[in-house]
Design a protein around this ligand. Structure first.
Ligand SMILES: C[S@@+](CC[C@H](N)C(=O)[O-])C[C@H]1O[C@@H](n2cnc3c(N)ncnc32)[C@H](O)[C@@H]1O
Length: 230
């Protein structure tokens, strides 16, 4: 399977610098907490203790303290061995044990039917064509147990990353921001909730789509939220 090693090296370098400057959050985004804890999702049973959660592309482990507090067993992937080591240590400093392995949206190094929950927070759009996107969604479903639930966030149409982006195909955007280290890379962004339902329904049932959108004085943060069941 072809992997984008240049991009993975850039992520590792970026996080190395973040951690050196202590520029990392160590807390989860509010929409993720609401999806887990709130009473918004029909048939979502909030009974977490002893269950397994996989956070794909978990970065420096910002969600792990929250998951640990819920009594979940912690698993994650990141795109390089170095990044996995850095994140494992960050999470150990919180007193928690994380099984984190080098892996990717389309290549998750865990057994099939293994997880109760899968979280993918602003990670799935790093696929850069439709075939790989469909494969990534199927790979997410593979590792979930039947009845397991996915919680996902991905870029929405107003998001700041799309400023100056060039459309290079259906759902495909080349990043055009001078101030972003991803400039020139192509990502797959779902253009509407209907497309999310279309693509995720190939591998999941009960696909539900929400949105969060904040104008932060100068820039838009805009996301689609997705939950679905295997
Ligand atoms: C915007 S960050 C989000 C990090 C984390 N989920 C969070 O919310 O803090 C995107 C993450 O996806 C990872 N990533 C990039 N390409 C990926 C791929 N093809 N498969 C899985 N993870 C990938 C990056 O290393 C990075 O940690």
């Amino acid at each position: 399977m072809s992997q984008n090693t240049d991009a993975y090296e850039k992520w590792t370098k970026t996080y190395r610098a973040f951690l050196k400057n202590r520029k990392t959050l160590n807390w989860p985004p509010t929409p993720l907490v609401r999806m887990f804890m709130g009473n918004y999702i029909p048939n979502h049973v909030r009974d977490f203790a002893g269950k397994k959660v996989l956070d794909v592309g978990c970065g420096t482990g910002n969600n792990m303290g929250f998951f640990g507090m819920l009594g979940l067993e912690l698993y994650g992937t990141e795109v390089s061995d170095e990044l996995c080591d850095l994140t494992r240590k960050m999470v150990a400093d919180l007193g928690l044990s994380l099984d984190i392995r080098t892996g990717f949206n389309r290549q998750i190094p865990f057994l099939s039917d293994f997880f109760d929950y899968l979280v993918s927070w602003n990670v799935i759009h790093y696929e850069n064509n439709e075939k790989d996107m469909i494969e990534a969604i199927a790979e997410y479903a593979r590792v979930l147990k039947p009845g397991g639930r996915m919680f996902l966030s991905t870029t929405g149409p107003k998001h700041m990353i799309l400023k100056n982006a060039e459309i290079v195909g259906p759902h495909l955007y080349k990043v055009g921001r001078e101030d972003d280290f991803r400039k020139g890379e192509v990502f797959f962004y779902f253009d509407s909730p209907e497309y999310i339902k279309y693509y995720f329904s190939k591998s999941f049932k009960d696909v539900m789509v929400g949105t969060v959108s904040d104008f932060m004085f100068t820039e838009w943060q805009d996301y689609f939220l997705v939950t679905a069941v295997k």
